[in-house]
Design a protein around this ligand. Structure first.
Ligand code: ATP
Ligand code: MG
Length: 512
């Protein structure tokens, strides 16, 4: 059998199969193009997302234009080849696999056109087209030809490159507007260091602003975190290195978010600002983010308190093998050896930061419980008919009985003592009244929209006007809780509970 019948790569199938190479999002594919632009010395990258009339429907198109060094025709042809690179296996660059341009492009689009110029008057063009390759019409990268560029693609720099994607059938989102918003947020984070160092990325004319997940540097993010200790550096032996590059440094930085200032944000705000669901480590390879997640934490499990601190690990391409970086450059799979080096410190500091955050929340809650309304209710409860106590256990809700009631002279007054507790409750009610021999606990549901939108902002406000609003609001709730505690029979209690639940639902519906 002749070898001609069995080419190592069955091109028609390969080209379709390789499209599944695993870019997680459109932004991580676009990031490959921007890597190439910055590596070509570009100071400015403009991304244009458009909607064009495709066969029977509107279709989204992409163009990434840079003012880098551009490519000569021979390099342009190489660039479009899978595996073609001018820096194959180099560790001094971001790129090293010769896959980024064709692979990321065809993971999103069926057609890739590249225009490049090293002199403004001679623009060279070539392309890859999935359908032409699959049908056998082209088997090698088409020889570059001269092209004239007009409109938004007109040449406006001494040298540069434009990469265009059309027939985009694999984008994350369908609408150009949504794609633009997502892309802007992701690229701002991925290329935060380059943007902070003065490089410019725009999308449809709007500058992409840097987003620092550690909340230390100014940008699109809130600022106000503090760095936790100095960065730790590790000199690591490079497994496969030239003699002069045997050691490479990994830097680890921690930051602690300002719990006192930001804890009062509603859950929606915490999500929007990237506080919640942002716990863990941001991994930067050659200064651009390639992954983020719960890495190097040993046996420590992620808890809600861990939303309140961040970690950043920086390394360069020489440590790719240890970090387990693959050609799509959008994830790490660290080796046991690397975990053994980094995890002991990171896990230890993670525990310290978790404890520090926990302490801060306890202090804040301690503050909150001694409200004006509480002393007011404590001192006036004796005027009311005592409710029938039933020695109710609070443990079902994870609330403990007050330890201070026997020694606190305030509550030795006749009448019940009042207390507010805050928890995320499974039930739908905004609050649950709890009654013991001596006290009434108003248990507030942190998950109810009234808590997030109204109660928490009022309770955490330092303004004096708002303080009296808080007092009246809490008295209102204490009164409702007290009235429910006074209900005697089982049936009445069930009825009162269901009325409270419907009231809470209506309230949630009104708040929307
Ligand atoms: N915007 C650009 N400006 C100048 N040269 C470019 C540009 N984009 C790509 N190239 C050239 O094309 C080659 C191939 O790019 P490609 O992204 O496919 O591979 P790479 O960057 O070498 O490695 P990697 O797969 O790790 O990204 C690069 O080595 C570079 O020489
Ligand atoms: Mg590349």
């Amino acid at each position: 059998m002749s070898t001609k019948d069995y080419p190592v790569v069955a091109l028609d199938r390969f080209i379709e199969a390789t499209r599944d190479s695993g870019y997680k999002t459109t932004a991580s594919a676009v990031a490959e193009l921007i890597d190439n632009s910055f590596e070509a010395g570009a100071t400015s990258v403009t991304v244009s997302i458009g909607e064009a009339n495709g066969p029977g429907k509107r279709e989204v198109t992409f163009a990434v234009k840079d003012n880098g060094c551009g490519m000569k025709p021979s390099v342009l042809r190489l660039a479009l080849q899978f595996g073609g690179s001018t820096r194959f296996n180099s560790r001094d660059h971001v790129g090293r696999y010769g896959m980024g341009l064709p692979n990321s492009s065809l993971s999103q689009a069926r057609r890739l056109d590249v225009y490049s110029w090293t002199k403004p008057d001679s623009v060279w063009w070539s392309y890859l087209d999935v359908d032409e390759i699959a049908s056998g019409r082209i088997a090698s990268v088409p020889k570059p030809r001269r092209r004239r560029l007009t409109g938004i693609f007109a040449v406006d720099s001494p040298s540069g490159t434009i990469v265009r994607w059309s027939r985009c059938d694999r984008l994350n989102h369908k609408k150009a507007k949504t794609i633009k918003a997502k892309l802007s947020a992701e690229l701002g984070r991925i290329f935060r260091r380059q943007i902070l160092n003065g490089k410019s990325i725009t999308i449809n004319g709007e500058p992409v602003k840097s987003f620092d997940p550690l909340f230390l540097q100014k940008g699109e993010n809130l600022v106000g975190a503090s760095q936790y200790g100095p960065p730790i550096s590790y000199q690591i032996q490079v497994p496969t290195a030239r003699p002069d590059q045997k050691v490479s440094t990994v830097y680890v930085t921690f930051s602690e978010l300002p719990v006192d200032k930001w804890h009062a944000f509603s859950n929606e705000e915490k999500r929007r600002y990237g506080i919640s669901k942002g716990a863990g480590v941001s991994i930067l390879r050659s200064d651009r983010e390639i992954d983020c997640g719960w890495f190097f934490m040993g046996t420590k499990r992620k808890e809600n308190y861990d939303d309140w601190w961040r970690c950043e690990v920086r390394f360069d391409a020489r440590l790719d093998e240890l970090f387990g970086v693959t050609h799509t450059k959008q994830g790490i799979h660290p080796t046991e050896e690397l975990i053994g080096i980094l995890a002991p410190d990171i896990e230890k500091i993670a525990h310290e930061l978790n404890a520090s955050v926990r302490r801060k929340f306890t202090e804040i809650k301690g503050h909150e419980t001694s409200s004006e309304a509480q002393s007011q209710a404590d001192s006036r409860d004796y005027l009311l008919e005592p409710p029938p106590t039933n020695g109710q256990s609070f443990s079902h809700y994870g609330v403990s009985h007050s330890t201070k009631s026997l020694v606190d002279p305030k509550v030795t007054l006749p009448g019940f003592a009042y207390r507010i507790e805050h928890k995320v409750l499974k039930e739908l009610s905004f609050y649950v009244p709890l009654l013991s021999e001596r006290e009434i606990v108003l248990l507030l549901n942190e998950d109810h929209p009234f808590y997030e939108r109204v109660y928490a902002p009022i309770a955490h406000s330092a303004s004096l006007d708002v303080k009296s609003t808080r007092e009246f609001l809490e008295l209102l709730l204490f009164a409702a809780a007290r009235a429910e505690c006074a209900v005697t029979t089982k049936t009445e209690r069930a009825c009162a509970g269901s009325l409270r639940e419907s009231w809470s639902n209506v309230l949630a519906a009104f708040l929307g």
